[in-house]
Design a protein around this ligand. Structure first.
Ligand SMILES: Nc1nc2c(ncn2[C@@H]2O[C@H](COP(=O)(O)OP(=O)(O)O)[C@@H](O)[C@H]2O)c(=O)[nH]1
Ligand SMILES: [Mg+2]
Length: 502
């Protein structure tokens, strides 16, 4: 051994010096990207290891660990506070939250923001970082080179102020990652629109890391404010429980959380503080499929063509979930003197709601529309009636009937070219080369229960306040007659007639 050491140290010093210089020059060349492909491509902002202590003390502990064999590309994504949001909180977050909720100094949006702030986390995606750098002449070549190496498509258009909005539970992570992969591959890898994730419970670290790792777009994680996810004081919890018990045979009939979800999607999500700057949203659910390439920007399409609402699947609602929704909607239309050229799409000859609705698990729509005074009045009216809890009103028929009242036919768009599956219902235009429709799966378009043929053949004509009065008259007559409708519907209607309101 000793011999070897002596041999090495015995090399003539000019040779050592030369090797040193060559090695140094080679390393400089590699790291500055002039030689080979092994360049350090991660930008300064994300190459700094995040400080796990900053992150972990503020959230419930999780036993999740990033995989031990994490490579440079799968390093723990950095989660940071959103700009302009509070950054420091007391250690006891439950007490903090209760304090905010009890505060009489705060109200509305400011209160929601304060309440959820400790659970709001943001990950700045690499696409955003590099896009920013590519705009600066000093860094643009490096940024574009890095994008090319990492397969990040540079975006040079004018994006809409838009985001994907995902209401989701932690346990649905894997189902969402599948969906997200498809959404990225089919569309967002070229556009890098941000994602906003919402949950009635805090997101786990695992959820946030895995999601942030699965896209180069920006992602933000939030919490639903308490008063957007609780029973209002005018609902009697005991009566609501009994109502749920009565709906045992209806899908999600006994679920309280499902009702919170439907009410949140009907009347609150568009007020969430994380969506304050967003103009168009694309609602995405876990475990849905996207089958077609989307080579254009649907948000920009909506914006530039004055579209306010869109769908891919339209079908009939289960009547047992909305026994009195139509009666109340007619009442609202009468009170508001509504005329509309879209409402006839939703009404049968006998003046009844034909149960058609746009399936809201896919939705690209305008938040400004949902925030409009008229939409809000409709939601508030429905909410006071209690049907989100006493029946099981879904956000889909609520959005659809609102569209029927407040939108024109041409403001609603059918995205025929977006191949999509939710549960067992699929819309996939096999005629489009950009689509990979699954074998042996029928597109729902022409099936029984689909409202698409009606939509395609619908020629707008104006629904007037007189039509509302006539529909109410017909509804009263119909109810006096022995009805063939499901028992639950009749029972509910009797209940409604008896109590007037819940
Ligand atoms: N955070 C949270 N999300 C929910 C809850 N219930 C439903 N969701 C989400 O709301 C959406 C609709 O729920 P889903 O179970 O798919 O209902 P369906 O599409 O009507 O069958 C999905 O994105 C779910 O992840 C809940 O209790 N908490
Ligand atoms: Mg679903």
């Amino acid at each position: 051994m000793r011999t070897g050491v002596i041999k090495r140290t015995a090399l003539p010093s000019p040779v050592l010096l030369l090797i040193g210089i060559v090695y140094f020059a080679l390393m400089v060349a590699i790291y500055s990207g002039r030689v080979g492909t092994k360049r350090e491509t991660r930008p300064q902002e994300t190459s700094e290891p995040s400080d796990p202590s900053v992150f972990q003390w503020k959230r419930p502990s999780s036993d999740y660990q990033m995989p031990a064999n994490s490579t440079e590309d799968t390093e723990t994504p950095e989660l940071v506070r959103l700009e302009g949001w509070p950054t420091e909180f007391p250690a006891d977050l439950d007490t903090y939250r209760a304090g905010v909720l009890n505060s009489t100094l705060l109200s509305g949006a400011a209160k929601h923001r304060m309440e959820i702030a400790p659970w709001v986390w943001h990950h700045r995606g690499l696409a955003d970082v590099l896009e920013q750098k590519s705009l600066d002449p000093n860094t643009s070549i490096d940024a574009l080179e890095e994008m090319a190496q990492k397969g990040i498509v540079p975006y040079r258009g004018t994006r809409a102020r838009a985001a994907f909005v995902v209401l989701i539970r932690n346990r649905e992570l894997n189902d969402f990652l599948r969906t997200m992969r498809q959404l990225e591959d089919r569309f967002n890898r070229r556009y890098h629109y941000p994602y906003v994730f919402l949950n009635d419970e805090p997101f786990t670290t695992e959820f946030m890391h895995m999601v942030a790792q699965s896209t180069v777009s920006n992602v933000t994680f939030g919490l639903v404010p308490t008063d957007h996810w609780s029973m209002p004081e005018w609902i009697d919890p005991q009566k609501a429980l009994e109502a749920r018990e009565q709906m045992r045979d209806v899908i999600y009939g006994t679920s309280l959380s499902y009702r919170h979800m439907c009410r949140f999607n009907s009347g609150f999500f568009y007020h969430h503080p994380l969506l304050a700057d967003v103009e168009f949203y694309w609602r995405v659910e876990p475990n849905v499929d996207f089958y077609c390439d989307i080579p254009y920007d649907p948000f920009v399409f909506m914006r530039d063509n004055n579209k306010l609402y869109s769908f891919v699947i339209a079908l009939r609602e289960l009547e047992a979930t909305i026994p009195t929704l139509w009666d109340h909607t007619l009442e609202f239309m009468r009170a508001e003197n509504i005329s509309s050229d879209l409402m006839p799409f939703f009404v049968s000859r006998s003046g009844e709601y034909n149960l058609c609705h746009f399936w809201s698990n896919f939705e690209i729509a305008s938040l400004a529309w949902l925030r409009s005074a008229e939409y809000q009045r409709y939601f508030d009216y429905l909410d006071r009636l209690g049907g989100f809890f006493m029946e099981r009103w879904g956000d889909a028929p609520v959005h659809s009937l609102a569209a029927g009242m407040f939108l024109k036919r041409e403001q609603v768009h059918f995205f025929n070219d977006i191949g999509y599956r939710h549960e067992e219902f699929t819309h996939c235009p096999s005629s489009l080369a950009a689509c990979q429709c699954p074998k042996n799966v029928e597109t729902f378009d022409d099936s029984r229960g689909s409202c698409l043929p009606r939509w395609l053949g619908y020629e707008p004509f104006v629904w007037t306040p007189n039509d509302t009065v006539e529909a109410q008259r017909l509804a009263r007559e119909e109810r006096l007659r022995a009805s063939k409708q499901p028992m639950l519907v009749n029972e509910r209607r009797r209940w409604y007639d008896f109590f007037g309101r819940f």
